[in-house]
Design a protein. Structure first.
Length: 434
């Protein structure tokens, strides 16, 4: 095999491994009840696959092959632990692993996989990774690592932190799961709503960091957006009868459909009113709209579905000026009743200003900020600046723009706001930053 052929084969193996990672890891965690041992054993199995598969070909059941290879790697790791004989839990795991694998072992992970169905335990893995006892950043990192199959370096790059920092974050999360005795299971009925909310929140955090990057040079990070959508698809596949899982997937698709128009080729941020709507991804808009209509028809309406409805109004409007801002305001008002927060109130105020003029918008934005909860929220100061500019109150607008610039670490947003600031003398009655 030439070097090029080998590279192609290894790339293909890596793609297969990535596709099956979550399902195999979920099954393995269920067997060994230890996140770190399961992940280490699966990594060992993947190394074996990268060595064996390019020459022999990908097995008919790569998930079963990987699981059985990883099971043997876990046995090897337990046996190499000098203290394992004194640990009853490890002895129990070892016995279970050896009994399960009796009669099917082969060299180098070579197994007869045809009669080895793999139960889908990804839902248990998702709920464990997103347990409320873990810190928010730990939930996000662990979900990307275990369900997404991303490497530590990839996650670190996505959140602009050093790889050792991310590695420590992952280790702490796994240790917390073990020390706190967080169960590896789908939660019982009395905990379902709270725990599902945590899962959805984690996926949305991942997507938001990709769609509106908090730092860095680019306004968005495509890899995080696409990964969040992939994870949301998995969750929707596993819980297809839950309206909010469909609502979240619809929201991500409708948002992501507009991503190509949010920046120019050089990374320059493009605000909503200046976007070329011909660049919107119509396939994602249609898919998101279908999902939204289907889930709204259940009558069990939640916050993600309402946000998806707002995104659909933006994505399907022929132009900025033809957007149904009044309808958007009404949906935000409904969302506020379900999920009262100053951020939702601010968004409703911006929609009101676009629907009824800068006077109404400025008053509503100021009302949203009255409690002080938005003092460090960059979009609040950007919205104030835009309405103040419309009102001709340029001195106050300058202060608001400067504060908004101070509050963002994203270089594309800083440049956009700086251009708005520099253009104050020629501001016309246009839009609020969105």
């Amino acid at each position: 095999m030439t070097r090029t052929q080998n590279h192609i084969a290894v790339t293909a193996v890596e793609a297969v491994v990535r596709h099956h990672w979550a399902r195999v890891l979920a099954s393995l965690v269920g067997l060994v009840r230890d996140f770190q041992l399961a992940e280490d054993a699966l990594q060992d199995a993947c190394v074996t696959a990268l060595t064996v598969w390019p020459g022999r070909g990908t097995p008919d059941r790569p998930d079963a092959w990987l699981l059985q290879a990883a099971r043997r790697k876990a046995i090897d790791r337990i046996r190499r632990d000098r203290n394992f004989a004194t640990k009853r839990d490890q002895l129990a795991v070892l016995n279970a692993l050896e009994q399960q694998g009796a009669g099917i072992d082969g060299p180098d992970g070579d197994t007869d996989e045809a009669n080895m169905p793999i139960p889908d335990e990804r839902l248990s893995l998702i709920f464990t990774c997103c347990h409320p006892a873990l810190a928010s950043d730990a939930r996000v990192a662990l979900t990307l690592r275990t369900i997404g199959g991303l490497k530590t370096a990839e996650i670190a790059r996505g959140f602009l932190v050093p790889e050792p920092t991310m590695a420590q974050r992952l280790v702490r999360a796994k240790n917390k799961i073990r020390a706190a005795g967080i169960p590896y299971r789908v939660p019982p009925p009395e905990l379902w709503r709270e725990r599902l909310s945590s899962v959805l929140s984690v996926l949305y955090l991942i997507f938001n960091e990709g769609y509106a990057a908090t730092s860095g040079a680019a306004p968005a990070r495509t890899d995080l957006c696409l990964e969040a959508i992939r994870l949301a698809r998995i969750l929707h596949e596993l819980i297809s009868d839950e309206p909010e899982t469909a609502g979240l997937l619809a929201l991500m698709l409708l948002h992501d459909a507009r991503r190509p128009a949010r920046s120019q080729a050089d990374g320059t941020f493009v605000s909503l009113e200046d976007q070329d709507r011909r660049l919107y991804n119509r396939g994602k808009i249609e898919e998101g709209d279908r999902l939204l209509r289907r889930t709204l028809a259940t009558g069990r309406v939640g916050p993600y579905q309402l946000q998806a409805a707002i995104s659909a109004l933006h994505a399907t409007a022929p132009s900025y000026d033809e957007t149904d801002w009044e309808e958007i305001r009404l949906v935000y008002d409904t969302l506020y009743r379900l999920q009262p927060s100053p951020v939702v109130q601010l968004n409703a105020a911006v929609a009101l200003g676009n629907a009824r003029g800068w006077q109404a918008g400025l008053a509503a934005v100021r009302e949203a900020g009255r409690g002080g909860g938005l003092d460090t929220y960059q979009p609040y100061h950007a919205a104030c600046a835009e309405f103040l500019a419309r009102a001709g109150q340029h001195a106050e607008a300058v202060i608001a723009y400067r504060r908004a610039i101070e509050l963002t670490e994203n270089q594309a947003e800083q440049a956009f706001l700086s251009r708005r600031l520099a253009a104050l003398d020629t501001t016309d009655d246009r839009t609020v930053y969105n």
